[in-house]
Design a protein around this ligand. Structure first.
Ligand code: NAP
Length: 318
């Protein structure tokens, strides 16, 4: 009898952990890009001008340069016109503003963005606020941010939109769920919170936003049905900070030293790998949220093309 009981305990201790299902961001991104490619084809066939995306790159940050090359390739692949404007690291604020004015006035350019980060002497807000909100495919102009916060988004930042698309593809209903977002940046945390608060499909969530001043982060993350980490702090979220069965979305992407790799580094997310033993669904890093960003940006360019064709919907002269 005693033996049988010990056997039982032993077996239950050995029970395999949950092992979260891995969300394949690359596959979903590919699906989104083919949707955009079909959209572009039909759009042009209907007699509309070819949509165009421009990216402005200031300086020679290698990570930004790689990212911008990826955008160029993806833009051309979906049948859009692509343009990259490169400025030297010491370009002045006025030189950058002049490029923004040119792109605002250029009919070939449906949408454009200034790749961040820009060198420290540039006043980012002034530059961003001078982008025509109808061409603001990054969705960070105050006009677009305001609409998003008011619950009627039209051009939303690509990374949060990509997260919502991943959840939708996996059949995760956000309605009534408690979503805890770690990070309050203007490109991820804040707009994601606003999208999730929106009424209707993909929204209706109860949202908590945490940041670097949050006390006892784990007490919040453990309440999450859906946990999103967008802090850029490698592996800060450990498995004891995750509610069993939660859906976990890791946005963080930071290069960390790894001498076991030939190149000496690897990309780390904000969550340690062991969270997969507790969560039900998880995005990997890389290959999770990352590939979605460019795909959703291209979707925004099509959205901007439709806005332009309808004469634009804003009265912004700021
Ligand atoms: P960010 O502007 O630096 O914002 C980071 C946020 O995390 C801030 O709100 C900060 O709080 C918060 N934070 C930092 N340390 C924290 C801590 N210990 N506890 C709780 N909160 C903390 O970063 P971001 O631009 O949003 O990017 C975040 C990460 O996502 C980066 O690794 C970035 O590379 C990655 N990212 C990936 C994609 C993609 O496509 N995959 C897109 C965008 C960003 P405070 O506000 O109090 O400072």
């Amino acid at each position: 009898m005693r033996y049988a009981r010990e056997q039982l305990i032993h077996r239950s201790e050995r029970r395999a952990p949950i092992r979260a299902k891995r969300i394949d961001g690359k596959a979903v991104a590919e699906k989104v890009r083919s949707e955009v490619a079909a959209d572009v084809k039909n759009w042009i066939a209907a007699g509309n001008p070819q949509p165009g995306l421009a990216v402005v790159l200031v300086g020679d940050d290698p990570a930004s340069a790689t990212y911008v090359r990826g955008k160029e390739t993806a833009t051309i692949e979906v049948g859009m016109y692509s343009e990259t404007r490169k400025l030297p690291r010491d370009a002045s604020q006025e030189e950058l503003m002049e490029v923004v004015r040119e792109l605002n006035a250029d009919d070939r350019i449906t949408g454009f963005l200034v790749q961040l980060p820009v060198p420290g002497h540039i006043d980012v807000d002034t530059v961003m606020h001078s982008i025509d909100p109808d061409k603001d495919v990054d969705g960070i102009h105050p006009f677009n941010m305001g609409l998003l916060l008011g619950g009627t988004p039209r051009l939303s930042p690509a990374t949060p939109s990509g997260i919502l698309r991943l959840l939708a593809e996996e059949g995760v209903d956000t309605s009534g769920k408690h979503v805890v977002i770690c990070g309050r940046s203007n490109i991820v945390g804040r707009p994601l919170a606003a999208l999730l608060l929106k009424r209707g499909e993909g929204g209706d969530a109860t949202v908590t936003v945490c940041h670097s001043r949050t006390k006892d982060l784990g007490s919040f993350t453990r309440q999450a049905d859906i946990l999103v980490a967008a802090m850029g702090v490698p592996e800060l979220i450990t498995k004891d900070m995750v509610k069993p069965g939660a859906v976990v979305i890791d946005v963080g992407t930071v290069r960390v030293d790894d001498q076991s790799r030939e190149r000496g580094w690897r990309l780390a997310g904000d969550m340690e790998l062991d969270v997969r033993d507790v969560a039900s669904l998880r995005t990997p890093v890389p290959g999770g949220v990352g590939p979605m960003t460019i795909a959703m940006l291209l979707k925004n360019v099509m959205q901007a093309a439709r806005l332009a064709a309808s004469g634009g919907s804003h009265q912004w002269d700021g």
